[in-house]
Design a protein around this ligand. Structure first.
Ligand code: C2O
Ligand code: CU
Length: 488
């Protein structure tokens, strides 16, 4: 039902026109997929695993002989993959060598608000910031990126993004592909556009923000991946400013989706496509035969995809993303287990402490633009809440919550589809459909440091489609001005 509504609404709202972008069949796949290096770390005398990251400007040669000015963490473009296990205390020493203020946000991470890296933790040019926290959440594919208020799109689109992988004992005990860069590979997708000099060009784009006509996958244009095992696990990260992808294989083969944003599903979801809006992740396991070549693609609705828009053309865009090239002899891989992890239930869903409504309209949430000095919601520690989230526009948005992984309880009053039946921190919001989310707030209260709630279409976020909440101990008052919207 939702999909049918979307297509109608989108084509009726004036976004059609222009020729759909399609790179299907045109990408040469002539470059090996870059695999972001695992970030080195040391364990200090107190047992803290310490990483360091430097935000810096550099030059990248995406195409031979063409130089593009890019930003990266500890390199010219993107950043290394951070990796840590549940129970570990970590510290990331971030240095800002850019000429402007940035921040680093750990997207999907449960951690104290002062370590969150949102707009309230700026790192001045030449400055450093060293957040420290204990990893205490299930194994997952998280990511990190800047979050300076009003500048997030620019910083991310220039290349500041990286994967942050979490491990835990339950996930590591499963017979899933886990050899990093061999059969377990991050796939960080960003759409870009180049100007005549080979520089990134973002332009105005339309209401959704900038939409590119070429894809960088881990910073590689036209990538192939040599596969040497029967199964490969792809950790898909939509790090694009605005584009929604509907990933599928060119031959429509099915695969197992094993994880959502915040961790493994209870059981693999057998499917032939996975839709990701900006900020969302999915882990999939796909099987290949000896000598096979198969293309991962983002397909438009008319090919069976469910992406209601891809930009100014109203949704016809399609991209060839990555070619898997299987060797003639493949190492055997075990089948994906029929059950994965025990998904913990959120307690007290039947008697939530609060229910809140968030309506997304224009570039506002509940009729207001983000104000750094205003707290919009005050949440009490150790409580469960139900949030009713609705996109009131004819345009799609999505909804991201810092600090917690939530569960989708219903979509338009219906049971959520299997791909939403796991831990999520970002959810795609088709127009006019109410999502009910269950959230549990634990461990960290800080009346003086807010977390963010926002649309992850970065231009929307930058123009104020963002709100702030604090988590406080029972009876505690926030140390900032409270907005009128906090009444429920
Ligand atoms: Cu990925 Cu508030 O961000
Ligand atoms: Cu939006």
């Amino acid at each position: 039902l939702a999909a049918a509504v979307l297509v109608t609404v989108t084509s009726a709202c004036g976004l059609t026109g222009g020729t759909p972008i399609s790179t299907v069949g045109e990408v040469e796949f002539e470059r090996p997929l870059a695999v972001p290096p695992l970030a080195p770390s040391r364990v200090d005398a107190d047992g803290v695993r310490v990483f360091s990251l430097t935000a810096q400007q550099g030059e990248s040669e995406f195409e031979e002989g063409v130089r593009t000015t890019t930003w990266g963490f500890s390199g010219a473009h993107l950043g290394p993959t951070l990796r840590a296990s549940r129970g570990e205390r970590v510290r990331v020493e971030v240095t800002n060598e850019l000429e402007e203020t940035t921040t680093v946000h750990w997207h999907g991470m449960h951690l104290p608000a002062a370590m969150d890296g949102g707009p309230h933790q700026p790192i001045a040019p030449g400055g450093t910031w060293a957040p420290e926290w204990v990893i205490d959440q299930p194994a997952a594919t998280l990511w990190y990126h800047p979050h300076p208020h009003g500048e997030t799109e620019e910083h991310v689109a220039r290349g500041l993004a990286g994967a942050f992988l979490l491990d835990d004992r339950d996930a590591s005990a499963l017979p899933l592909p886990r050899e990093y860069g061999v059969d377990d590979v991050p796939v960080i997708v960003q759409d870009v556009r180049f100007d005549g000099d080979g520089e990134f060009e973002r332009g105005q784009g339309d209401f959704v923000g900038p939409l590119g006509d070429r894809l960088l996958v881990n910073g590689t244009l036209g990538p192939f991946l040599d596969v040497t095992t029967e199964s490969v696990r792809l950790r898909l990260v939509n790090a694009s400013p605005a584009r929604v992808y509907d990933f599928a294989f060119a031959d429509d083969r099915s695969f197992d989706q094993i994880a959502t944003d915040g961790g493994l599903l209870a059981a693999p979801h057998r499917t032939d496509h996975v839709r990701l809006s900006p900020g969302e992740r999915a882990e999939i396991v796909v099987r290949v035969g000896p000598g096979e070549r198969v293309v991962l693609r983002s397909r438009p609705p008319e090919l069976g995809g469910t992406v209601p828009f891809g930009g100014s053309n109203g949704g016809g865009d399609s991209f060839d993303v990555l070619e898997l090239r299987a060797a003639d002899a493949l190492r055997p891989s075990p089948a994906v287990p029929t059950s994965l992890v025990a998904l913990e239930d959120i307690p007290d869903l039947d008697r939530p402490s609060a229910e809140r409504r968030f309506t997304l309209d224009s570039t506002q949430i509940n009729g207001q633009n983000m104000d750094m000095a205003r707290i919009d919601e005050v949440v009490t520690l150790d409580t469960t809440e139900i949030w009713h989230v609705r996109n009131d526009m004819a345009m799609p948005h999505n909804f991201h919550v810092h600090d917690v992984q939530f569960r989708v309880l219903s979509v338009g009053g219906e049971v959520p589809p299997p791909e939403l039946n796991g831990w999520k921190d970002t959810v795609y919001l088709p127009p006019q459909v109410e999502f009910r989310l269950g959230l549990r707030f634990e461990d960290y209260a800080d009346p003086a440091s807010p977390y963010m709630i926002h649309c992850h279409l970065l231009r929307h976020e930058d123009t104020g489609m963002m709100a702030q909440f604090v988590v406080v101990e029972k009876g505690q008052k926030p140390a900032m001005m409270i907005g009128e919207n906090d009444e429920h």
